[in-house]
Design a protein around this ligand. Structure first.
Ligand code: ACO
Length: 402
């Protein structure tokens, strides 16, 4: 009974593809994923090689500019990031207004959005100097805002950046350091956090990246577009899975640590419980990031004075699930989130910060994708069609006759 003439798109038909499971919205030269083969490459470089040999700053450069930097380009790039770490002093007053228990993702997205009010000289998406300035400002200032969000949540004063430190060390110091006590960054912890940032740096057209592109397709500036991406990541189905893994592991432990019983519950599907940190929309053989994260989890947790019993529990759970027909038949493997929450916890981050750490890692990917979209002459404003299912035409009734 619907009038479908309005549904005829440019090619004569409209496709309904809920969740964009089969629809590509753009061409991109940034990240390649082969979900069946378990392959992830940034600009052609395998994630395993980047994880072993590169750094987050180098990977950020690679994603954004397309090539690995020369030594000179790298030192020039990290030098520019170092001198832009301070946020405008007035922004502190702005943040002071948030309640103490504000979720750090809400503070982060507001902070990123607010950058466009303080740095109005870098908002033109079609001016190369503006794009460069907003790129560097975002990369440099987001860790400062993120650390501030954490300090605010524990009622402590913010730490100013120390630009003698590198990117990740500076972030760790701003997060865990106190103005009254010298803070020594543990180089092994910094290296593992750098690795986790590399592993999260881009993942082609996921929900938050597609959001950044969608908002940017209206020619909204980079700060506004990335702020939207932070909000998309805020959702538990996207950035919240690593904290869900921790809740699941703690729950199993509280119930006496009976892993087979938990696995049976998952398989029964009676109460909708899923094995969190398992399964992926794209990876159907294994998530290449998961193996790298598992190794890192061992490294970090072994250094702790009192190792987290949840790590052993996670490893046993993984082993049992991988040998179980239910998971084999459905091609369910650990994804990147299965072990990241355990690592962040071991590092001392509270659960609400886990998604913020994901955002810090994903930032260069968002920026690279936004820049690629803006520079592509084929880009059009994002504007999906719909299949209308509402009432057909009807006449207005005055309120006294309804
Ligand atoms: N535990 C138990 N069963 C599962 C799981 C799981 N984690 N994941 C999928 N299944 C089952 C489903 O019940 C379904 O079974 P059925 O065929 O009997 O109906 C089958 O496997 C296919 O599942 P779908 O939901 O169709 O798979 P989809 O590709 O849409 O979902 C997703 C992928 C959302 C990641 C899913 O595997 C999941 O919910 N995993 C747990 C949450 C999680 O770890 N998310 C993080 C993803 S990675 C990231 O965002 C960085």
């Amino acid at each position: 009974g619907y009038d479908v003439s309005g549904l005829l798109g440019k090619t004569g038909h409209v496709t309904l593809d809920v969740g964009f499971v089969n629809t590509a919205a753009c061409e991109s030269a940034i990240t390649y994923i082969d979900g069946d083969a378990g392959i992830l490459r940034y600009r052609g470089y395998p994630i395993e090689q980047l994880a072993e040999k590169s750094t987050f700053i180098e990977v950020s450069y690679l994603l954004i500019y397309g090539e690995l930097p020369t030594a000179r380009q790298l030192s020039e790039f990290s030098g520019r990031l170092r001198i832009h770490t301070l946020v405008h002093e007035e922004m502190r007053r702005f943040f002071d207004g948030f309640p103490r228990d504000a979720h750090p993702m809400a503070v982060l997205s507001s902070g990123v959005s607010a950058l466009s009010t303080f740095y109005q000289d870098s908002l033109d998406p079609f001016d190369d100097d503006h794009v460069e300035a907003s790129t560097v400002r975002l990369l440099a200032k987001v860790p400062t805002i993120a650390a501030y969000a954490y300090k605010k949540s524990i009622g402590m004063p913010p730490m100013y950046p120390d630009n003698s430190l590198d990117y990740v060390e500076n972030f760790l110091r701003m997060t865990f350091g106190m103005p009254t006590t010298p803070y020594e960054v543990d180089p092994e912890i910094a290296r593992v956090l750098d690795l986790l940032f590399i592993l999260h740096a881009d993942h082609e057209q996921n929900c938050s990246t597609s959001t950044v592109r969608m908002v940017g397709s209206s020619h909204a500036n980079l700060f506004a577009s990335v702020s939207a991406g932070v909000n998309a990541l805020f959702g538990p189905l996207h950035g919240g899975a690593n904290s869900a893994v921790l809740r699941m592991l703690s729950g199993i432990r509280a119930d006496g640590g009976d892993i087979p019983a938990f696995v049976r519950r998952v398989k029964d599907k009676a109460d909708g419980v899923r094995l969190m940190g398992f399964g992926h929309r794209v990876y159907k053989n294994y998530d290449p990031r998961a193996a790298l994260v598992k190794e890192a989890a061992r490294r970090v947790i072994d250094r702790m004075e009192r190792p987290d019993p949840l790590l052993d529990l996670a490893m046993q759970l993984e082993e049992i699930a991988l040998a179980d027909d239910y998971f084999i038949e459905r091609r369910l493997y650990p994804n990147v989130d299965f072990y990241t929450g355990l690592i962040y916890k071991a590092m001392g981050f509270p659960t609400p910060m886990f998604t913020v750490l994901f955002a810090l890692g994903r930032l260069p990917g968002w920026i690279a994708q936004w820049r690629e979209m803006i520079a592509d002459p084929a880009t059009k404003i994002g504007r999906p069609r719909q299949i209308y299912t509402g009432a057909t035409s009807r006449d207005y009734l005055p309120v006294d006759r309804r």
